[in-house]
Design a protein around this ligand. Structure first.
Ligand code: GLC
Length: 427
């Protein structure tokens, strides 16, 4: 089987930065019951129109959004410039179905890019390959009108190549109007019967356009082109280990996760994750060599959900003191087996190992394969020393500790930190 080799962007900054903010914002924030509402309720373009006519985010403050992200420790953001509903948040020349024609009356991507850049965050654009409103987008199994046979018959002549050209035009706008863009996040392909994939999107052409306009940009892996993406995108789950390519080498990856069960603002959704769960996802990801893109769905008034603000603030408190175990870190060397209920991350440049305690042990924690290797140990949050002993295992009657390990001596009571981190300076 022949495989095409595609040019790639440089992911060095991406794997250093580790944490980004996803933002899902569009007309669905008016419905406030999931960004797939048009599909789930099988709404027609006409029925959906009411959201277009009422989209008026009068409290929109991009600077406030950028500060929330920055304070939470996020280093980049990815905004839905267009989601599956087809509505565009910038003043595109190629459709009237855009924010400037709603009561909002102004373009939103420019101000967002500026605000986030001013806070030092990198810029990413999500662009939906799917478009349930575009007149040339053929109805398929995931289209809101999938069960409307009359509509299907009526629209049989839809020409997907015109839609593919529309996408290229729009992507060209996005990648020429807003300065350097660090990430483009296409979403998504579902090839096969009644689906769409690379031949429909004309993915090869789209990809070379992106590379031509922004050679350094990072592209995700959802164009249905094997080997084309710069990073892979597990969605709503954590990989069970490092993510490996066909050649057995680790791939760059980014898990995208929601605070609750919806990407778009969902008023009544109650399954909000605890801050502990969120932090564990972040740490678990870095321990396996991945990033976290954590999503916020702003309201139709233009503000972050108050529940998201609360979690972002808690995240910021943890990141302020523990961020050094996340940024510039990755998996620990393979020979270091992590103790139960813990995760290691490792900063190879500084030669420091970070031990994250998901559960608080009683007094002693035993670390394998580290004898003679630790120079100093401390809690990260307050830089207080952790005493340790090394056991070479000569005393066979000592059942207190396993052989050949370093034993950390911990306080009986867990420090007041959601997930305490121990910093191990290696020799
Ligand atoms: C999905 C969904 C979508 C969301 C995205 C984020 O594929 O279609 O609503 O934007 O995942 O990864």
């Amino acid at each position: 089987m022949s495989t095409t080799t595609y040019p790639h962007g440089n992911t060095a900054w991406f794997t250093r930065d580790r944490l980004g903010m996803f933002i899902h914002w569009g007309l669905y924030s008016c419905a406030a019951r999931h960004e797939w509402v048009m599909n789930r309720e099988e709404l027609t373009v006409e029925q959906y129109r009411k959201y277009f006519e009422h989209f008026n985010p009068d409290l929109f403050d991009p600077v406030a959004w950028a500060r929330h992200a920055k304070n939470a420790g996020m280093k980049y953001f990815v905004i839905t410039t267009k989601h599956h509903e087809g509505f565009c948040l910038w003043d595109t020349r190629y459709t009237d179905y855009k924010v400037t024609n709603t009561p909002c009356g102004k373009e939103l991507i420019g101000p967002l890019v500026e605000a986030f850049r001013n806070e030092g965050l990198k810029v990413g654009f999500y662009y939906s390959l799917i478009d349930w409103r575009y007149p040339d987008f053929p109805v398929d199994a995931r289209h809101p009108q999938r069960n409307d046979s009359e509509f299907r018959t009526k629209t049989q002549g839809r020409d997907v190549s015109r839609y593919a050209a529309y996408m290229r035009n729009q992507v060209e706008e996005l990648l020429t109007r807003f300065g350097p863009v660090d990430i483009i996040w296409f979403d998504f392909s579902y090839p096969g019967h009644d689906g769409k994939g690379k031949d429909d999107w004309e993915s090869e052409k789209l990809l070379s356009l992106v590379r031509k306009l922004q050679p350094d940009i990072l592209i995700n892996n959802r164009l249905d082109l094997n080997g084309a993406g710069d990073f892979v995108t597990p969605e709503q789950y954590q990989p069970h280990g490092k993510v490996l390519g066909n050649d057995g080498k680790p791939l760059v990856w980014e898990a995208c996760q929601t605070f609750s069960g919806s990407w778009g603002y969902h008023r009544d959704e109650q399954t909000w994750k605890s801050i502990g769960q969120i932090l564990r996802m972040l740490i678990d990801g870095v321990a396996k060599g991945g990033n976290l893109l954590l999503n916020v769905g702003p309201t139709a008034r233009g503000e972050f959900d108050f529940r998201a603000i609360e979690k972002l603030e808690q995240m910021g408190q943890w990141m302020r003191v523990n961020g050094v175990s996340i940024y510039e870190c990755g998996p620990a060397p393979d020979e270091l087996t992590c103790p139960p209920d813990c995760r290691y991350t490792f900063n190879a440049t500084k030669n420091r190992l970070y031990l994250h305690l998901f559960a608080w042990p009683f007094r002693f924690l035993h670390l394998q394969n580290l004898i003679g290797k630790i120079e100093y140990a401390q809690f990260l949050h307050d830089a207080s020393e952790i005493l340790f002993e090394e056991h070479t295992g000569t005393d066979v009657h000592d059942i207190k500790r396993p052989k050949n390990c370093v034993t950390l001596k911990l306080p009986a009571v867990k420090p007041p930190i959601e997930i305490p981190v121990i910093e191990l300076f290696l020799k």
